[in-house]
Design a protein around this ligand. Structure first.
Ligand SMILES: [Fe+2]
Ligand SMILES: [Fe+2]
Length: 216
């Protein structure tokens, strides 16, 4: 099996491509003492990527699963991942937690709120509100402040087969083309954009599309 390489710092990217539109669905594993998986992919994706994730983890158990919002590419594979790593803790908004509990998909959940920080031994995730749940209720975005990595989920979205791709981009341009202006109310747009303006990422781990190295 060929060796799986990091895409940035100690972050690994796993991807499945949705046909026929060629939409890349990325997942990320932050390999620290307390390994963190960002997004599970849909169940078909989790079936394919879980063996690769296990290979990278070796005998370390997965500690956390970060879920931006309740949608199949974000957490459809959760039951499969939890079967393999039953002690993993899901980190998500209260709205997302209600879905996971309500569908009986996960029990071990830690709720996070916008403007909070979710800390571990070697990471510091700042939580940003993201109106991405049904009825535009609150989902979340994650910014890992120690390494400067923003996990964009469905923002900064691009179609195409983009596994392993990294482009250079200025943060203002990334915000302006993020899709935040597609939110249904001006207040939601302004709030999300101003929250994004307050962080200074050096790297964007995109949910769909190329990753970005942030340049001045
Ligand atoms: Fe989504
Ligand atoms: Fe997504």
């Amino acid at each position: 099996m060929k060796q799986i390489k990091t895409i940035y710092s100690n972050i690994y990217q796993f991807t499945d491509v949705l046909e026929p539109m060629k939409l890349s669905m990325h997942q990320y594993l932050l390999l620290t003492e307390e390994p963190v998986l960002v997004q599970t992919g849909a169940i078909s994706q989790a079936k394919k990527t879980l063996p690769q994730i296990k290979e990278v983890l070796g005998d370390k158990p997965l500690k956390y699963i970060l879920i931006s919002h309740f949608e199949s590419d974000e957490c459809g594979g959760i039951a499969l991942v939890l079967k393999e790593y039953p002690n993993a803790i899901c980190i998500c908004s209260e709205v997302t937690a209600r879905q996971l509990w309500g569908f009986g998909l996960a029990q071990n959940i830690q709720i996070v709120k916008p403007e909070e920080t979710f800390n571990g031994n070697d990471f510091e995730f700042k939580i940003i509100g993201y109106p991405s749940e049904m009825h535009m209720w609150e989902g979340v975005l994650f910014f890992e402040a120690k390494r400067g990595i923003f996990f964009s989920s469905d923002l900064m979205f691009q179609i195409g087969e983009t596994h392993g791709q990294v482009i250079e981009c200025n943060w203002n341009h990334a915000i302006n083309t993020s899709g935040a202006d597609q939110l249904p109310s001006i207040d939601m747009q302004k709030k999300l954009i101003s929250n994004l303006e307050m962080i200074n990422p050096v790297f964007v781990a995109s949910g769909h599309g190329p990753c970005m190295k942030i340049v001045k």
